[in-house]
Design a binder for this molecule. Structure first.
Ligand code: ADP
Ligand code: ADP
Length: 226
């Protein structure tokens, strides 16, 4: 686990779009921070800068006491869960979950133990030999989360992970993520435009608008205000 500190973080895209206009934010060890706001307000850009998928135009991103501005995604101790799952179609569920660990040279027995544990936590043990196309949307999203969990990262990043699911599954997975949060306690940053997700999942809620933070606090603080 690690704290995440953003200091005056900015992003200007080629072409001049100012997507993030000086965001400062402290996320404590083990906190679940949700970034919420309308489409285009800069949430995804901010998350992608923390992930190292987007260059940082100004300010600093600090993960666990280390400024990571110029550090490659693979060198940051983070795992990201994407909206479109980003699973490898030609690999089985097991191979998808094991892939990142294999690349890091984790011993086979350790990989088996970690994938087994994550599969148990997420109730996807029966599907380990299947390909992603043989799974439902909810099961695929569980695999995507499993792939993040097995890494045992310091920080989880979630980019609208539930928006491709139908309403019923969204509620189910929300409960699942909440349970994982309690069980694992890993520092998390979660991007969504869904206020219900934001309210139910967050310890720390950040409302963004036009590339800036508009409000920050506990969900009750934020939603109590007029
Ligand atoms: P959100 O995640 O809140 O929907 P984004 O971070 O995706 O917002 O986008 C913030 C702003 O930056 C928008 O105006 C969007 O059009 C712009 N933007 C996002 N990605 C790029 C890009 N690769 N190049 C140029 N502009 C971009
Ligand atoms: P999100 O809101 O989840 O970021 P989008 O559909 O806005 O999803 O963006 C999908 C992809 O297109 C992202 O990689 C984003 O960086 C890029 N993108 C978004 N807006 C622009 C833009 N105005 N110009 C170029 N690329 C963009």
């Amino acid at each position: 686990m690690a704290s995440v500190t953003l200091k005056d973080v900015r992003k200007v895209y080629a072409g001049g779009v100012e997507a993030v206009k000086g965001v400062s934010l402290d996320i404590d060890d083990g906190a679940f921070c949700v970034l919420v706001g309308p489409s285009g307000c800069g949430k995804s850009t901010l998350l992608r800068m923390v992930a190292g998928l987007e260059t940082i135009s100004g300010g600093t991103v600090d993960i666990g006491g280390r400024v990571v501005n110029a550090i490659e995604p693979s060198e940051r101790d983070i795992a990201m869960v994407f909206q479109n799952y980003a699973l490898y179609p030609h690999m089985s569920v097991y191979e998808n979950m094991a892939y990142g660990l294999k690349n890091r040279g984790t011993p086979k027995a350790e990989i088996e133990a970690r994938v087994g544990e994550a599969a148990r936590i997420l109730a996807i043990e029966p599907f380990l030999k299947r390909r992603p196309r043989e799974l439902s949307g909810g099961q695929r999203q569980r695999v995507a989360m499993g792939r993040a969990i097995v890494r045992k990262p310091q920080v989880f990043l979630f980019d609208e992970p539930l928006s491709n699911l139908d309403a019923k599954l969204r509620v189910q997975m929300r409960v699942e993520i909440k349970r994982l949060q309690r069980q694992l306690g890993v520092t998390s940053i979660y991007v969504t435009h869904d206020q219900v997700e934001a309210m139910t999942l967050s310890d720390k809620l950040v409302v963004m608008s036009g590339g800036q933070i508009e409000q920050v606090g506990t969900p009750t603080d934020v939603y109590r205000r007029p």
